[in-house]
Design a protein around this ligand. Structure first.
Ligand code: GLU
Length: 312
């Protein structure tokens, strides 16, 4: 009980601190629907190993999880094809913007990692194989609802439509990969899956709950049931640490010191192995497309709670 109160206090302190800051960055505008979001929103949720939940600010408000969804589609693709995934997607940090076309050309259509846009589109293509897009999206939602233990999670169709209308760069990336045979399904179907999973709306609480299996060696800590093998959870965490913030991944590891995945909706999902999962939402972004205040909040939280995986 005392520990729960202490964690709640730290979360509230960080929320208060963040409310006072004015350096919030810019809300993503290349997806028109996201440009409507109020940059002053801020939410934070932590779930620890005992299942205690601490929340603050707008932690219950669903927002567009965007690229955070890539953590869960990667989990599903590995479940479906295992190690064979790595013939179609690499595992190295890109050091390039999330939507870079140049890198894909240099590397003959094989995306550098599963978290840049090209890599996540290839992952969507893997999950889609043998299914209709509707079935694949149903599977993604089913998985998220299961791991978050919350049946209310849904796709925001306005956001999906907004991105489908304006996602010319993703169309270019997908067509380019198609020319190398890296995309096997019709491009419009694969992109349909990709745009819709990016448009899933979740709250900080739902996200932190959904990532519990990554923080606890592949198991749901409340039931003890295995979601994925421990080795796979460890590897997904490694990819989040090295690739989860695009060309800002080094800076995030340097400052926060935990595996994390950002999305242009302003969310960041963090995994503290053996200890906790955490989600923050602050819609303003930095130059790399990562939540500016979100990173600052996680840095403060990590310092206060001794979370860095690199030592105290
Ligand atoms: N749906 C976004 C896109 O494809 C995801 C980018 C992100 O969240 O970083 O551009």
């Amino acid at each position: 009980m005392a520990q729960a109160q202490a964690m709640q206090r730290v979360v509230e302190d960080v929320v208060d601190e963040m409310r006072q800051r004015s350096d919030r960055g810019e809300v993503a505008s290349y997806i028109p629907e996201l440009a409507k979001i109020d940059p002053r929103r801020f939410g934070l949720a932590v779930v620890d190993a005992e299942g205690r939940v601490a929340t603050g600010g707008d932690a219950e408000e669903p927002f567009s999880i965007q690229s955070i969804s890539k953590v869960f589609t990667l989990t599903l693709a590995l479940g479906k094809v295992g190690e064979r995934l790595w013939t179609r997607v690499g595992r190295e940090p890109s050091g390039s913007p999330f939507n870079s076309i140049v890198q894909l050309e240099n590397e003959k259509g094989i995306p550098r990692n599963p978290f840049i846009n090209a890599g996540a589109i290839a992952v969507s293509d893997v999950i889609l194989a043998g299914h209709q897009p509707r079935e694949t999206l149903g599977e993604i939602l089913h998985f998220l609802r299961h791991v978050a233990d919350d049946p209310a999670i849904a796709i925001d169709n306005d956001v999906a439509a907004s991105e489908q209308r304006t996602g010319f760069r993703n169309l270019a990336l997908a067509n380019y990969m198609k020319s190398f045979g890296v995309i096997e399904n019709p491009v419009h179907l694969t992109l349909g899956v990709y745009f819709h999973h990016c448009a899933i709306a979740m709250s900080c609480r739902q996200l932190a709950m959904a990532a519990r299996f990554l923080a606890h060696s592949g198991r749901d800590p409340s039931s003890g049931h295995s979601v994925i093998p421990a080795e796979r959870a460890r590897r997904i965490n490694a990819l989040m640490l090295t690739c989860g913030h695009y060309d800002g991944s080094g800076e995030f590891a340097f400052r926060v010191g935990i595996p994390g995945k950002s999305g242009v909706g302003g969310g960041i999902l963090g995994v503290v192995p053996g200890k906790a999962s955490v989600a923050v939402w602050a819609p303003g972004l930095d130059a790399s497309g990562n939540s500016r205040l979100g990173r600052i909040a996680l840095e403060a939280l990590s310092r206060r709670l001794g979370w860095s995986i690199f030592g105290a």
